[in-house]
Design a protein around this ligand. Structure first.
Ligand SMILES: *Cc1c(COP(=O)(O)O)cnc(C)c1O
Length: 418
């Protein structure tokens, strides 16, 4: 399929100078080096989209296909998205919130993180643009999702990861048999290398040369939250940040629903969450700057460990526009957040989830989020992938011999109660 404009996609537009391009594989403006994003024809979309058409769509993120940057039908990732929105009463009681919800992307299909959304869109688009090889620079979850989807789509695949990832995230690449490249450096080194390779090879690097399409997949988290709340935008959303892309796209998605008349008003505040050991964006927020200073990451939240975040500036802008806030938490608070979520709601999230819960707790304490606000926390990855983080905190099973007497004695139970 040739990359032409359609009635829904106008093309790409530079976020800085506004120069427009056809919808090809390009991510940087050749005039001003600003990042490009997909531009839609909202008039055309408005005439064919409604709450009813969406509700009648597939039980996946593809129910929002009219707002996703592909020309034809989806071909990759047909089952991603539409994860549960959990009414988190127990955690709400604990934190002092009457209407708390957890958006549970720990059970996304097929690789248990929010990255299954962006990859479904990116690989479908990559095939439309004629690529047979996909690649990515990843902090872990993206590589897992690209590797799994590439296997199912029979595409050649190279994933690039830092050398110090969690064991499950490394294994979660190898099992699909892509080329797994472990780089002696941090994510920012991996990303720089991938930009160089992307200039050299005709490969679809999902978060480099086809980043404008990839990033749009994140909007579906916002769409789902709104639909699952009964077509109401929440008062508050707390969002983990790595490159800051997810946060900017949540804000874009909410604004699109408002523009299309799918929600009545938009007063949602979007809040950004980072780990203290890698908090260039939230540090800028706290110091009142609209630009960030790159850092060297040092945190257990490896999925969020991007020291030079590509969308940091835009995340700060979106948060400010919405009237939201940002904060960060220590590694200790991350583990506390993971344990609290598991023990109140039965959801085992990865370190990024601990970041979100930790920052949510802080924002409630600070009075930024009020008891009566409808509040949503985005839980973006699965705890089984970052077991190292909680290993020291979970204790051991109680070991006994296979004897009734020993069992009763160990747990101080009466022999006859029934
Ligand atoms: C990638 C990722 C994010 C957010 O990433 P952005 O680069 O900010 O879009 C959040 N949580 C998890 C678990 C991730 O893997």
């Amino acid at each position: 399929m040739a990359p032409t404009t359609t009635d829904k996609i106008k093309g790409l537009i530079c976020r800085e100078c506004g120069k427009t391009y056809p919808p090809v594989s390009l991510h940087v403006c050749d005039m001003c080096f600003g990042p490009l994003e997909v531009q839609y024809n909202y008039e055309a979309i408005k005439s064919r989209i409604s709450r009813k058409t969406i509700e009648a769509g597939p039980k996946s993120l593809w129910r929002y296909i009219d707002l996703l940057p592909i020309q034809g039908e989806p071909t990759v990732g047909l089952y991603a998205g539409l994860t549960p929105l959990i009414r988190a009463k127990n955690l709400g009681d604990e934190l002092g919130l009457d209407k708390l919800y957890i958006k549970n992307d720990t059970v996304n299909h097929p690789t248990l993180s929010f990255k299954d959304r962006v990859v479904s869109v990116a690989l479908t688009r990559a095939l439309e643009l004629g690529y047979d090889t996909v690649a990515c620079a990843s902090t872990g979850n993206l590589a897992n999702s690209v590797a799994a989807h590439a296997a199912a789509a029979k595409m050649q695949c190279y994933v690039f990861i830092p050398h110090d990832l969690e064991a499950s995230k490394v294994l979660g690449n190898l099992v699909y048999r892509p080329n797994v490249v472990e780089v002696e450096g941090n994510y920012d080194d991996v990303n720089r290398l991938c930009s160089e390779i992307a200039g050299e090879r005709k490969w679809a690097f999902v978060n480099v040369n086809i980043r404008p399409y990839y990033a749009e997949g994140s909007k579906t988290l916002a769409y789902e939250v709104v639909e699952q709340l009964g077509w109401i935008a929440p008062d508050q959303i707390v969002i983990p940040m790595a490159s800051g892309s997810l946060l900017t796209k949540i804000w874009k998605g909410l604004n699109e629903f408002h523009k299309l008349g799918l929600i009545d008003g938009l007063t949602t505040k979007v809040h950004g969450a980072q780990a203290e050991g890698c908090s260039p964006i939230s540090a800028a927020y706290k110091q009142g700057r609209d630009f960030f200073k790159p850092v060297k990451p040092n945190t257990i939240a490896k999925s969020l460990a991007i020291g030079n975040p590509a969308d940091g500036y835009y995340a700060l802008k979106a948060t400010a526009e919405s009237g939201g806030a940002m904060d960060s938490v220590t590694d200790e608070e991350i583990v506390e957040g993971m344990m609290l979520l598991a023990q109140t709601e039965g959801v085992f999230a990865e370190t990024a989830g601990g970041v979100t819960i930790g920052v949510l707790k802080k924002l409630v304490k600070q009075g930024v989020i009020k008891r009566t606000d409808t509040t949503v926390a985005l839980i973006t990855g699965n705890g089984l992938k970052t077991q190292e983080a909680v290993m020291h905190a979970v204790g051991r099973p109680t070991r006994i011999s296979p004897s009734l007497a020993q069992f009763l004695k160990t747990f101080n139970l009466d022999k006859h109660e029934r």
